[in-house]
Design a protein around this ligand. Structure first.
Ligand code: FAD
Length: 429
């Protein structure tokens, strides 16, 4: 059994899958280790829909331009091709097809997949990772690689390597709330459209009367690819630390109570739900925010408000700063103006001082505010693709990942269609 790879990616969420597929397409041997039985991370096991939008317009032609190009567009295209159930709008997708197409893309690119496997330990030599230990049904196995990518969402590998991190917001370490998503089927959709406004009015009234435990200000509901099936991003668990296993357990229990509270509320009060069925809850509670590494650069809310473009920008984004209150009800938004966007520097993917470890996805080096924007799925895919290219360009005879030539990194992303920098940043507005 081969236990050495050019690159090992830990975590098969959208960012990790994108990193692994990209590096493998660039000719590297890549091992991708994932705790669950599929790729996609919270998008698949959350499940989380839809892809939040991240686009601007070509300053010259006015054409809509996706700021996360490359693999994100490939994934959308592949989903469109295979899905038997038409999507109600382009960013809405079926997680079952997502799992299928990511398996296929990973296999076609030559990624070695290792499912139902958890990285439990790491061996370091100074700032260099020497090996990691993977636990699965076969037992414990040690793997080595030239370069490692932490795409665990929670920066688990960085944590094992003892790199410092920040948790939640800067003032008190509180993270955005956790949410267990769920689906209700057999909903009378005509009745639902008529009753939708009243649902939130009654919700608020009952909440103010102390009859509802869930602190969320309203019910956030999305259509799915299934007719009569609604997706609920509506539970809200606050004040618990997602990096503490005991508190995470309390969160899972509280969220499940909230699922049934919402289901009972809807079936008791609205005709749209009288014959409905509670179809499924996520495989685990969704964590919006947990550890974020301290990187060579930390992107901030001010950078986003100022639409800063960095010399080493490797992903573009203009999704709003969307903060579900860590304290209770309410969700705050800071929207960028039409056509504006910011870039995310490569340095945010480098844990400070790291030699052969990169980080990608929602746990890159960002403040609480900045992470609330860049955490969206299209951006995580772009961050993954950038980490994949960087790892493939990595040369172990150099001083480390911070030595990678960022012009080559950016040009490779442009050549892959993953970056639009040549089309929008260099042209005058
Ligand atoms: C409730 C909720 C709703 C959201 N709504 C939206 C939305 O509507 N639209 C949108 O665009 N974005 C949304 N987001 C944000 C977005 O879904 C996530 O930020 C993004 O998918 C994170 O991707 P990731 O690859 O960084 O991490 P993850 O998807 O968390 O993937 C990390 C992976 O690492 C694996 N892993 C962790 N530790 C180990 C280990 N030690 N060994 C092996 N594997 C490990 C995990 O199993 C997981 O598969 C939402 C997030 C949440 C939680």
């Amino acid at each position: 059994m081969n236990t050495h790879f050019d690159i090992i990616v830990v975590g098969g969420g959208l960012s990790g899958a994108s990193a692994a597929i990209t590096a493998s397409r660039m000719g590297k041997s890549v091992l991708l280790i994932e705790k669950h039985n599929c790729l996609g991370g919270v998008a698949s096991f959350g499940p989380v829909i839809p892809f939040m939008t991240n686009y601007t317009h070509d300053p010259i032609t006015g054409e809509r331009l996706e700021l996360s190009g490359g693999l994100y567009l490939e994934i959308l295209d592949a989903l469109n091709k295979v899905s038997r159930t038409p999507s109600p709008w382009p960013e809405c997708f079926s997680e079952e097809y997502l799992k299928l197409i990511l398996n296929r893309m990973a296999q076609e690119s030559g990624v070695k997949l290792l499912y139902q496997s958890v990285v439990t330990d790491i061996k370091m030599s100074g700032e260099w990772i020497k090996s990691i230990t993977v636990h699965n049904v076969s037992g414990n196995t040690e793997y080595t690689a030239d370069c490692f990518i932490d795409a665990t969402g929670d920066a688990n590998l960085c944590h094992m390597a003892a790199y410092p991190f920040r948790l939640g917001r800067e003032s008190d370490s509180r993270c955005q709330p956790m949410t267990l998503c769920f689906r209700i089927g057999n909903v009378d959709m005509d009745a639902f459209h008529k009753e939708h406004q009243n649902i939130n009015t009654l919700w608020k009234k009952m909440q103010s009367e102390g009859k509802i435990r869930n602190p969320r200000e309203n019910l956030l509901i999305f259509n799915t690819v299934g007719n009569g099936v609604l997706h609920f991003n509506s539970t809200r668990v606050i004040g618990l630390d997602p990096t503490n296993a005991n508190e995470l357990t309390v969160a899972e229990i509280e969220a499940r109570e909230q699922v049934f509270e919402i289901y009972d509320f809807l079936t008791d009060n609205f005709s749209a739900f009288k014959d409905s069925v509670l179809l499924s809850t996520g495989m685990q509670i969704g964590v919006r925010e947990s550890r974020k590494i301290i990187g060579e650069y930390t992107i901030t809310g001010e950078d986003i408000k100022g639409c800063k473009k960095f010399y080493d920008g490797i992903a573009l984004c203009n999704y709003d700063m969307d903060i579900h209150s860590p304290d209770g009800g309410g969700t705050s938004h800071y929207y960028l103006k039409e056509g504006e966007y910011y870039s995310i520097p490569y340095r945010c993917l480098i844990p400070k001082g790291s030699k052969n470890l990169l980080v990608t996805g929602r746990c890159i080096s960002a403040t609480h505010e900045a992470q609330s924007s860049l955490r969206i799925m299209p951006c995580c895919i772009a961050l993954g693709q950038a980490a994949g290219v960087a790892s493939a360009l990595f040369d172990k005879s150099t001083k480390g990942v911070s030595d990678i030539d960022t012009d080559t990194l950016k040009q490779t992303l442009i050549d892959m269609g993953a970056s639009l920098e040549d089309r929008i940043i260099k042209k005058p507005h």
